[in-house]
Design a protein around this ligand. Structure first.
Ligand SMILES: Cc1cn([C@H]2C[C@H](O)[C@@H](COP(=O)(O)OP(=O)(O)O[C@H]3O[C@@H](C)C(=O)[C@@H](O)[C@H]3O)O2)c(=O)[nH]c1=O
Length: 182
């Protein structure tokens, strides 16, 4: 497995070793020992799966209490995946890092606790799988608005059309009005 730090060094792009043969392919999508050897000693408690159609944007989500680390990947289709640093003590506070994750490139992104996370669906539909280090805590859920000019995420919007959002995501707060982490 290959691990690459993005522009925010705690956000990691992970390329697992993929074994292809005449039948198809095999890969380890999670191996506690191998990830620990790469510096990610993680204790996951939940696996999630969502399906979204093209143009959907989910995010930018975080939990202010029980912050979650997320190991995310795509098993069908393609998304542009983004992590925003919400740690006030970080030199990268308010900055974003992103990557295209797809069934084809089989890459994963590690989004550490203390970050908001979101993704935009590039393909006709996308199946998105992720593991989390903390349980879902709806009362702690927060949402930063996807298009906050202070963060200025360069979303690769298909045909330049506005994304399809959940009502709660359309009501996300700007970073300046959001609760953040120490
Ligand atoms: C996230 C989550 C949702 N749900 C329920 C609540 C709700 O009725 C339904 C849909 O929830 P949401 O609209 O919040 O789903 P979604 O917008 O896909 O939320 C996810 O977005 C991405 C970007 C993330 O980073 C995740 O952590 C998570 O916040 O599923 C759970 O039961 N467990 C969970 O862990």
């Amino acid at each position: 497995m290959k691990v690459e730090a993005l522009s925010i060094p705690e956000v990691l792009l992970i390329a697992p070793k993929v074994f292809g043969d005449v039948r198809g392919f095999f890969m380890e999508s999670w191996n506690r020992r191998a990830f620990a050897a790469a510096g990610l000693d993680l204790d996951f408690v939940q696996d999630n799966h969502s399906r979204s159609q093209q143009g959907v944007l989910r995010g930018l989500h975080y939990q202010i209490h029980q912050p979650q680390g997320k190991l995310v990947r795509v098993v069908s289709g393609a998304v542009f995946d983004v992590a925003v640093d919400l740690r006030r003590s970080s030199p990268h506070f308010g900055r974003w890092a992103g990557a295209t994750l797809s069934a084809e490139n089989q890459q994963m992104l590690w989004v550490p606790p203390g970050f908001a996370h979101g993704f935009y669906v590039l393909s006709e539909s996308a199946d998105f799988l992720y593991k989390t280090t903390e349980f879902y805590a709806p009362e702690a859920e927060r949402c930063v608005i996807w298009n906050d000019p202070d963060i200025a995420i360069d979303w690769p919007l298909v045909d330049g059309k506005p994304p399809l959002l959940a009502t709660k995501d359309a009501a996300g707060l700007p970073l300046s009005a959001s609760e953040t982490f120490p």
